[in-house]
Ligand binder design. Structure first.
Ligand code: CMX
Length: 457
């Protein structure tokens, strides 16, 4: 077992005291004004949630416990078995940072990685049986939500709560156990879903208890050279790069503060004391929406379609014309814009840096080339079009096409990989919700008559 629980135990008294002080002294302090516009406009700009691990700055992008992506890349431990300095940090290191607010030592990151690998080695029999019986053409995110929800049967929190023997102060310990189990189980669930889709349920790779969480995802997708069938005949270097892409992608998609659909849903369901399996299963349903997690697949389709219509040299004028036709037909440019961000998404920049560090690998990939060209051309067109508040690329404009490059061509499946990563932020928050004893979420709503009266209509 890792020492994460022990590290949290040390932090909890002070954090609880801080929260109590805030509650006692500042509960009446105003945070902002709620307008009718926000009430009927997706609550944009309402500051009405507490979220501990990350915060999104409209200009700078995401910060994980105050650290931006570059800072995380500089300080978070990477795979201890590799001496390649270009390796991305382990998502497990990020999980430690999110949970505790502190950068883990190499040993702490490695222990947490081992704990997850151990916990993830065996899914319950009934879950495996359910997953194997799901139709091959069932939406991969539905499969994932079903798999996670089925594991509620083994929830330690739910069992203890039902027995009536659990004091409120101890909720968090059982929630933490379940939360780690959710995260640890995702590589195997992902592998089952992918093999269900592409190989009639035949396993594509092996789960290795001595390897890290991202490596196991890659292996179970059949994308490593050692432990899997290596579906696409990747070279050693390509397979290593793919694992690093997985670590990068899953390391920076862990959280995007609390108001996005998947995080907020997990928090909302958890606030009714749903266990982590049910809470995150609900979050996964939210992530499946086309304006949220599914956007990456829209971008891949868009790039492929656009490429089929452009001349081989991809002249700027043709790209501009294509975009204008799209906008004039009242469609959006996928992969551009954001509800909060007002600059290029630093997660996009991190994915682009991955490409730039491997010029040989990507030099003949027209989709990746178009993705890069678009990032220079589309913002100008969108600014001239004048509608979107953020004309710059978001992370989805790069992520899907990179997985596609290495051979993950089943587009609906891409969001499952997103779902692996996104577990870490909302699961962290659920643990802290229980540490602080936060109540059930229950905002007040207004009906049409009240709204009209308010607006003097
Ligand atoms: N292309 C064309 N028009 C766009 C646009 C885009 N990429 N992004 C926004 N707009 C338009 C909106 O449709 C809206 O038009 P109307 O006033 O006619 O309805 C107007 O610009 C203002 O929208 P906004 O306030 O800038 O954006 P929202 O907060 O409403 O929506 C988002 C944000 C992401 C849903 C939107 O930008 C979009 O649909 N982008 C394309 C899909 C996409 O890339 N999604 C990935 C999101 C990434 C994430 O969630 O992390």
């Amino acid at each position: 077992r890792s020492d994460l629980k022990a590290a949290l135990k040390e932090l909890i008294p002070q954090k609880r005291q801080d929260m109590l002080k805030i509650k006692q002294k500042c509960s009446d302090m105003k945070v902002g004004d709620i307008t009718v516009g926000s009430l009927i406009g997706g609550m944009r700009g309402n500051c009405s949630m507490f979220w501990q691990g990350t915060s999104l700055d409209s200009q700078e992008g995401i910060r994980f416990q105050g650290k931006n992506i570059k800072e995380c890349q500089a300080c978070l431990p990477s795979d201890p078995t590799s001496c390649d300095p270009s390796d991305n940090f382990l998502p497990e290191s990020m999980l430690w940072l999110l949970m505790t607010g502190n950068v883990p030592t190499k040993q702490q990151a490695s222990n947490l990685s081992s704990e997850l690998a151990y916990r993830g080695a065996h899914l319950p029999d009934y879950t495996i049986k359910i997953m194997r019986n799901l139709p091959q053409d069932m939406h991969p995110m539905t499969q994932l939500a079903i798999g996670l929800a089925s594991m509620n049967k083994s929830s330690r929190f739910a069992r203890k709560y039902e027995q009536g023997s659990l004091g409120k102060n101890d909720y968090w310990e059982y929630t933490l156990d379940d939360a780690l189990q959710v995260i640890a189980s995702l590589p195997k669930l992902t592998g089952l879903i992918y093999s269900n889709i592409v190989s009639n349920g035949e396993p594509l790779g092996q789960y290795n208890e001595n390897r890290d969480w991202s490596y196991n995802i890659c292996s179970l997708l059949g994308m490593t050279t050692g432990d899997s069938i290596n579906r696409h005949d990747l070279t050693e270097q390509q397979a290593k790069d793919f694992v690093n892409l997985m670590r990068l992608y899953t390391g920076i998609h862990v959280d995007h503060e609390g108001g996005n659909v998947s995080a907020h849903t997990t928090h909302l369901v958890g606030s009714a004391l749903g266990d982590p399996f049910l809470s995150y299963s609900s979050g996964i349903m939210g992530l499946a929406g086309p304006l949220h997690g599914l956007a990456a697949q829209e971008v891949v389709k868009f790039l492929i379609e656009m490429n089929s219509k452009l001349s081989p040299e991809m002249p700027k004028s043709e790209i501009e014309d294509y975009l204008w036709k799209l906008l004039n037909s009242k469609r959006v440019v996928p992969g551009y814009g954001h509800a909060v961000l007002r600059k290029a998404d630093p997660r996009f920049t991190a994915m682009l840096d991955f490409v730039k560090a491997r010029p040989e690998e990507f030099k003949t990939d027209r989709n990746v080339a178009l993705m890069q060209k678009l990032s220079e051309i589309a913002p100008k067109v969108l600014i001239e079009h004048g509608k979107t508040k953020n004309p710059y690329p978001n992370v989805d404009s790069a992520s899907g096409i990179l997985f596609y490059h290495y051979g993950i061509k089943e587009l609906l499946f891409l969001t499952v990989i997103f779902g692996c990563s996104r577990s870490m932020g909302p699961m962290t928050q659920l643990v802290w919700d229980r540490i602080y004893g936060l109540p059930i979420e229950r905002p007040k709503s207004l009906d049409m008559d009240s709204l009209k009266a308010l607006c003097h209509l």
